[in-house]
Design a protein around this ligand. Structure first.
Ligand code: ADP
Length: 250
């Protein structure tokens, strides 16, 4: 369980990115975080793997106080949490399988990572991960030969290869066309259901959030203004979240 208790995040310039956040997210939930640009969506999910430090309150993952971690314990903790970005972050000039195999580098002895030597178990895991996102047939294709949607699937496979308990996705479909965005959202949904991985997605597209995710958290100016099932979100709630400046129609 991910638990926020009265969490605040003040940036060094004094700006309060998050205010009084109280949240409990159980294992296996599929949560959309929605809100205007600058509302604090990215700040919120990045506190969970300590990409951002909280500055007040308490944040725990399965009882572990995230702010108490450092060095080796923080690295081990981060292995349980996959991160997906809008920009895929692949090594585009190498093959898909090599991209997925990089998931194992943090756990490898230095000489294996230096020469890129992977064992059979790692190779099998990487191929299985590609199979889960339906692009096993692209394993030996260079990443830059793939479409945007396929590249996002490679990023997802790389995350799956690290056997995560939680996946944090920061605007994962923002740079994809509508059809491809739906396919990638379907991948997330399948992974969430089949593998019981908790998934938190920051997403601009309200229609996709409501269609694919089971819970919606609406943020406005660093505060939670809605937290509930996606099928209860109506116009009034969207107005509360977007303050009349709604970015996407339902
Ligand atoms: P969102 O993901 O909803 O677009 P962010 O979480 O990226 O919003 O940002 C929330 C607010 O915090 C924004 O107003 C942004 O300008 C501010 N912010 C983000 N990063 C920093 C930083 N490093 N220093 C100061 N303010 C920041």
């Amino acid at each position: 369980m991910i638990k926020f208790e009265d969490v605040g995040k003040r940036y060094p310039n004094g700006y309060e990115g998050l205010k009084h956040i109280n949240l409990e997210i159980g294992q296996g939930e599929f949560v959309a975080i929605i809100g205007l640009s600058g509302a604090g969506k990215s700040t919120l999910i990045r506190t969970i793997n300590r990409m951002h430090d909280i500055t007040s309150g308490s944040l725990t993952v399965d009882g572990t106080d995230v702010m108490s971690l450092s060095g080796k314990s923080l690295r081990r903790f981060r292995r349980k949490i996959g991160m997906i970005f809008q920009s895929f972050n692949l090594i585009t000039r190498t093959t898909v399988i090599k991209n997925v195999l990089t998931a194992f580098v943090p756990d490898m002895p230095w000489y294996r990572s230096l020469f890129g030597i992977y064992n059979e178990e790692e190779k099998m895991k990487a191929l299985e991960a590609l199979d889960k996102v339906g692009i096993l047939n692209k394993a030996f294709v260079r990443a830059d030969q793939l479409s945007g949607g396929q590249q996002q699937r490679v990023a997802l496979a790389r995350t799956l290869a690290q056997s995560p308990q939680i996946i944090l996705a920061d605007e994962p479909v923002a740079s994809l066309d509508p059809v491809t965005a739906k396919q990638v959202m379907n991948d997330f949904k399948r992974i969430n259901q089949d593998m019981n991985i908790s998934i938190l997605i920051n997403i601009h597209h309200v229609d996709l959030a409501l269609k694919y995710c089971t819970r919606v958290i609406g943020i406005s100016a660093g505060e939670i203004v809605y937290d509930g099932p996606s099928d209860k979100v109506d116009k009034a709630i969207l107005n509360q979240i977007y303050g009349g400046g709604q970015e996407e129609e339902v």
